[in-house]
Design a protein around this ligand. Sequence first.
Ligand code: GCW
Length: 682
Amino acid sequence: LAEDGYRLWQRYEQVQDAARLQAYRQALNELVVQGNSPTLTVAQQELQTGLSSLLGQPLAAVKSPTKQNILVAGTPSGSALVKELATAARLKPLGEEGYLLLTTAKDGKQYTVIAANTDIGVLYGSFHFLRLLQTQQDIGKLSLASSPKIKHRVLNHWDNLDRTVERGYSGFSLWDWHRLPGYIDQRYLDYARANASVGINGTVLTNVNANALVLTQDYLKKVAALADAFRPYGLKVYLTARFSAPIEIGGLKTADPLDPQVQAWWKQKADEIYTLIPDFGGFLVKANSEGQPGPQNYGRTHADGANMLADAVAPHKGIVMWRAFVYSEDEPDDRAKQAYNEFKPLDGQFRDNVLVQVKNGAIDFQPREPFHPLFGAMPKTPLMLELQITQEYLGQGTTLAYLSPMYKETLASDTYAKGKGTTVAKVVDGSVDKHRLTGIAGVANIGTDRNWTGHQFGQANWYSFGRLAWDHALSPEAIADEWIKMTFTGEQEFVAPVKNMMMNSHEAVVNYMTPLGLHHIMGWSHHYGPGPWIKDKHRADWTSVYYHRADEKGIGFDRTASGSNAVNQYFPPVAKEFGSLKRCPEKYLLWFHHVDWDHQVNSGRTLWNELCYRYSSGVDSVRQMQKTWDSLEGMVDRERFSHVKQFLAIQEQEAAWWRDACLLYFQTFSKRPIPQDLEKPA
Ligand code: GCW
């Protein structure tokens, strides 16, 4: 079997540590799963095949215990044994998706229990239990409860119906529309399994730059077939709704959300969808942004548009995820301010089955952005956080950038909306404003490549998105640790250096692409490679010079009161911090300030020298990553070793390209030498 990464983090290789293996074998003599449902069948299969493989010996599944040391999985309503073993008091608070892992004894028998209120909870618990063995944890005295902090944990596929993927770097779309609904590719099931293993419970199949055709009956049947395949894994299907669909496929003259015919069309469309897919999740909408149609075409607001769709799906318990990534027809004075300006006044006007989906930052998935000022600013509206897993602005297909630290940076940012400690995570999980409807979305990096994500290490970003969506309190280190052990090996001589490499990788990319708060200086439109010189496009905010504003004096976008005053969209303590040249975190310096070349930064260097230093150290970090990886040869199979090695070589070239291009270009303004003690650009 070629080691092509297809099995992701679900390799279930036999446990290497002899003592652990023995303990596991002793505790797990047989598996008891009582109850019957497609989800329980999947859970049982996963436990049986996974554990047989981890233990290196077959594990029998039976309906009632015959041995001494038993693994039991189920719900109190489906399994008398679970009802006896797991106390209702502990189970109840875990809700519809949570679970309990427990070691207990009864009538002289030893039990390891995976208990939940629902079958899907049992499946999530089973994956957690498997993870404990995959990472060689003690399972001798389990007493662990877990439930998700966020309700809707959703992948956004930017997949087109012709199977190309917008900003996709790992082949084509997984959805084989041509062969659906008749043919269910095993890959769909493997995809659903992988998602369930990290608790992802929804998937938007289609691009936000939407095609109305997916809402026609022929396509809906195909979507229904996917939904049927995913259902046992707790994965709900959603679609993007093209706002002009009533015109394009409905034959109406308008898509005005206040027009009764338009409203009736969407209601009828929703009814039709729910007849085919009774648990359809709902719609994701990009409207009045980058040329997409929307309610503003008819002089209506985002709330008018979202509410019309919300009313259509409400009788079926569907939701609408309405994106706040708006990009106006006219040029704004500062693009960073637009979403806030358009959406904040609408707070309180959305139906209660609408989430407003906000990107982590106000510009667009840059290598680093300060958190979006809308978080905390719309207390009456549940805000869904949108993260990008695919690496549009982060080197795309060949760059090793572990994004968990970046996700965490946003989640941990303090909005001060309700005083200190009002983090983005707490806004998003609903705890600040007492929202029950909560959500988080990740723009998927998944495609038809054998290893799913193009870069072997891209798998870690899919994995981390799921883990953080379930529990935003997890640390990126802990997530990396799990992922490495499950994906490669548990040997410390491998785990420690690889973890270190991953933990530094995002910062390295920021350093060689956009250090100190620089942003959007990538190649025009494709966003690949450096392009700080891009200018003279039909609108200023499509150029790079708009964002970096380099001149003889200095560099950076003044978003303080003397400039666009975008800082003012933040709550006062944050506005003060970001707005002060002294106090602004250096990582956001040029995001908020136009800074003199000779300004002294924290290191004591001048800004110009610091810029040179950062660009150069980013390249050095990649070289260090190469050394680390080379030193691990032999500890990982040849195929994956060589894949990563080759990609790192590409990354090294690109890092040097970024450094040289940016420094030489910015030097035409700074007119200062590149310091001698740094590596000279080639
Ligand atoms: O990041 C930008 C991308 C577009 C994308 C858009 C969006 C789907 O460059 O390709 O379109 O954002 O998020 O809507």
